[in-house]
Design a protein around this ligand. Sequence first.
Ligand SMILES: NC(=O)C1=CN([C@@H]2O[C@H](COP(=O)(O)OP(=O)(O)OC[C@H]3O[C@@H](n4cnc5c(N)ncnc54)[C@H](O)[C@@H]3O)[C@@H](O)[C@H]2O)C=CC1
Ligand SMILES: N[C@@H](CC=O)C(=O)O
Ligand code: NA
Length: 817
Amino acid sequence: MLVLKFGGTSVGSRDAIGRIIAILNDPEHFSNVRVVVVSALSGVTDGLAAAAKKAAAGDGTYKEILTAMESRHREIAEAFLKSPRLNQSNSFTAALFGDLNRIMDGVNILGELSPRILDSIMSFGERLSACLLSHILCESGVPADYLDARMVIKTDSNYGAARYFPDETYTNIRSLLETRPLLQIATGFIAASSDGNTTTLGRGGSDLSAAIFGAAIGAGEVEIWTDVDGIMTADPRQVTNAFRIDTISYVEAMELSHFGAKVLHPPTIRPSLEKGIPIRIRNTFNPKGPGTRITDESVPSPYAIRGVSSIGDIALIRVQGSGMVGVSGFSSRLFGALARKKLSVILITQASSEYSICFAVLPEFALTAAAAIEEEFEREIAAATIEHPITERDLAIIAVVGSRMKSTSGISGKVFHALGRNGISVVAIAQGSSELNISAVIRKEDEAKALNAVHEAFFLAGVRSVNLFLVGIGLIGGTLLKQLEHQKEVLADQHKIRVNLVGVANSRKMAFDSRGLNPGDTGKILEDGEAFDLGVFMERMRSFNLPNSAFCDCTASDMVPAAYAEILRSAIPVVTPNKRANSGPYDYYRLITDYSKDRGIPYLYETTVCAGLPVISTLRDLSLSGDRVRRIEAVLSGTLSFIFNNFDGSVPFSALVREAKAKGYTEPDPRDDLNAMDAARKALILARECGMPLEFDNVVIEPILPPACFDAPDIESFFRELEKADGAFEKRRAAAAAAGRELRYVALIEEGSARLALREEPAESPFRSLVDSDNIVVVATDRYSDLPLVVKGPGAGAAVTAGGVFADIVRIARTLV
Ligand SMILES: NC(=O)C1=CN([C@@H]2O[C@H](COP(=O)(O)OP(=O)(O)OC[C@H]3O[C@@H](n4cnc5c(N)ncnc54)[C@H](O)[C@@H]3O)[C@@H](O)[C@H]2O)C=CC1
Ligand SMILES: N[C@@H](CC=O)C(=O)O
Ligand code: NA
């Protein structure tokens, strides 16, 4: 035997009622349902409350509300019923509206609305809907009776939130049903006190009514029909990856609901819990769906937690002072004072020093709570042994719930790692002694980010998503986008890593979509994008407040690196092939690299030296394992390497420069390569990685070019000047060749200095083994002293550089739990 409950939205319209008829007629339900509990039509309860308020305030427009309400009930009746049932239904509706109007007129005349009268007014909503539905079901071939629950559910006289008397109520229900063999369509929410007055059961009252009927008849299950598929692992409006929970225990469901999962109101579970009757949450829009079953069995789950929930706006009140330390009875006085004001406390934490205690309430109760404390501890506050209570606002609570937490270690570590890694600071923490719930108070604006970060950490079975914001989609950024697109599936399927491109920009335009932009379409997307502004881009990135965000700078600009510090401070990792930040002022380099190390927010720049070759990471590994770099000798410019590797007299120097540019080896401005700035930047970065506090001016650069080339105002005139120097370059090459040598531009980092020089290398030189755009880094360390460590390979080019940037982005994903 089943008890079903349909909420307001499930009886609010013709379509909705059509769905109820279909559900009651399906084989799963037909002849198995004993009682259907209904709420008032959607909006009616609120409408009644509003009308009552108006009446009490002397505002005559309450009549209009009632007239509209009556028409709505009649319209639904007309849609489903024919005479004689239509007449019966309409005369019941008319009679009820007659009574209702008289009560409201009374309220209007007296100008007073007592809780008792309000309950009586509210009861009309369910009485109208249940009676209407019983007629409609009869008409559609499902014989049913109307049951006014006031006949059976008996309560105390606590109007607005009455408590039911289980024994009397259950007996009443059982004896009434013995006399009523048909399906019963019962009013939810309403009941009657022992002296016969109408009462209501408070928030979630219709669910409670259903649970009461279920408990009374020992139902096999109570089905709560609503508009969601069941209880979800998190609020799907905030967490897109949230999914339906199959089975959950009563206590877990209560904890989740307490913290904002609005599917069920906790007290409604109690009758079912006491009688061990399962509750199932089901979706009227997806009637074949299994829903969520709430039972007392301990149901195994593959996940360490059952769900994550939140309350989006709370206030935290802190009481502290020496007068609390070691004083027994302090907290009972504190919470006694709050209880007397009927304030419900959401969370409590106390420092073990007993010096302070803090608790959370809904913000609208913060003033009353603080006043209650001031009053209770008036003497202590006057004597300054207790401070005035301090209220912090604009906070939220997130709660991680699950009974498996008890037996699984590391849960709180995972929760706080996920929060910390995303720069979400935790204001207070509470763990219930039941170990069913870990709650953290955080800033209100971080709610969605926290929910997503924690949800991902526990539920996405190792899937790690990075929300990427990319500035610069020229050669390197554009190639990166192609690689992202190409590798998407392999990353997701084989490595459980998802790179979600949320923001993208070039120097003119920018575009965003938190659901993810298609990397292959960015060209088109940007055409329709908004004008680029770095400040606005950063602001947007922060205001999305997505968990696991990452920023990637694929520009050659000075301005973008200036923003890294601020980005890292927002707990957003930075990946870059742009050398400007690490080769700019030493203090800034230290600021961002130290911040990254201290806070654990990744700042990754492998491709700033030798593109994708593992140079930065190798130096770091050497240093971490206690080795010391004594000397580095290196060819660091892919462009210059290409030029000198191919400079054999058959092609003029300037033509090789043009070829290097065409191959994507040069900087956006090739003068940066030819005047050795680019190589010098890399030498400086390497020196700094080895612990040398050098500034750019300390790097000694031997120029390659004649002065006229330096003065060229643009790239084309630069090439013209360069052509004029072809003869001089050829002369220099030929002279070296005559001695069996070749030109190479080599950096030497040693004893606290960095120098770059155009050298003539003999045949046995390691730098003579280079081809194409090869870079080589020869590192002598304490351990690699007889034979140095050598990293060698292509050191410039779109594919290898973008690949290195991609690898750094994947490294960020790997730091996620
Ligand atoms: N080509 C290579 O082999 C290597 C290049 N790199 C570095 O990669 C970076 C990108 O190089 P390319 O892709 O060749 O440059 P590019 O000139 O082709 O593309 C630069 C992109 O950045 C955008 N941009 C420029 N200034 C901007 C600003 N202030 N704000 C926003 N967007 C801006 C441009 O619109 C363009 O989309 C450079 O820092 C370069 O040093 C690093 C290692 C190797
Ligand atoms: N222009 C650079 C590209 C890599 O950083 C080079 O030539 O090495
Ligand atoms: Na590298």
